[in-house]
Ligand binder design. Sequence first.
Ligand SMILES: [Fe+2]
Ligand SMILES: [Fe+2]
Length: 313
Amino acid sequence: MTSEAVKESILEADFDAIVAAGDRVEPRDWMPEGYRKTLVRQIAQHAHSEIIGMQPEGNWITRAPSLRRKAILLAKVQDEAGHGLYLYSACETLGVSRDELTRLLIAGKQKYSSIFNYPTLSYADVGTIGWLVDGAAICNQVPLCRTSFGPYGRAMIRICKEESFHQRQGYELLMTMMRGTDEQRAMVQESVDRFWWPALMMFGPPDEESPNTAQSMAWGIKRNTNDDLRQRFVDMTVPQAEALGVTLPDPDLRWNDERGHHDFGQPDWDEFMQVVKGNGPCNAQRLVHRRRAHEDGAWVREAATAFAAKASA
Ligand SMILES: [Fe+2]
Ligand SMILES: [Fe+2]
């Protein structure tokens, strides 16, 4: 072995020991290149999801039915912007700038969660997104608070606290509508029918079709498999649906006494692949909107850069 190779094998052993002990890897620590790349891809995708996710709900801010509902929705959408910024910052500790990540997003070279490529057709969708989409995000994200990369885990702790507010505001909105007129109850049911399957897709493909899961778990980036998290979400959501008085649109959904979990049907994975490939109902619209917002903000970035240069001079 050359002295370089010896040095690297010592560093790698240190890294493995940190991960095995469940400690945090920090930005200045040595890490395998594959670990760094996987994290950049995952954190960037997560950051982009927060930012693109502002669009479907932002669609309803000007049409919220009361001042109170408008204030809640504004606060929620602003939280999502904050989540995006925490996560871009976490990603920057791995040596990729937010500018570069934004460029990759608007060039269509990095992905965001498939769920945000579905339209928000009624105001009830604001409630359903809070309940089901933020609910699924919580299931995904709570274990990430213990992820092996320090900046990512710490960002997730803060984000999860806000996500639980998001979920409750959605549930409270739906509960209010369910106590209203028949028309309002029908609106809630129609919205849940549209979002249930896309929400289940948020956990990613079934484990046997998720080739990166094993490596991500070995590195302590992921703590649970896609199917585990999907099961946890279904078990958590079924009693909430009962309390709400809505029907989840899955004829195979039933309690399994032997397993101690609910059995449930599979989403349409062909539809999922189409949405991931860019052919969902709103993919093009979301990117056009994000690109335009980025261009419209160019003068702010220029002014801030000029101001910073002047201040430091
Ligand atoms: Fe968020
Ligand atoms: Fe959220």
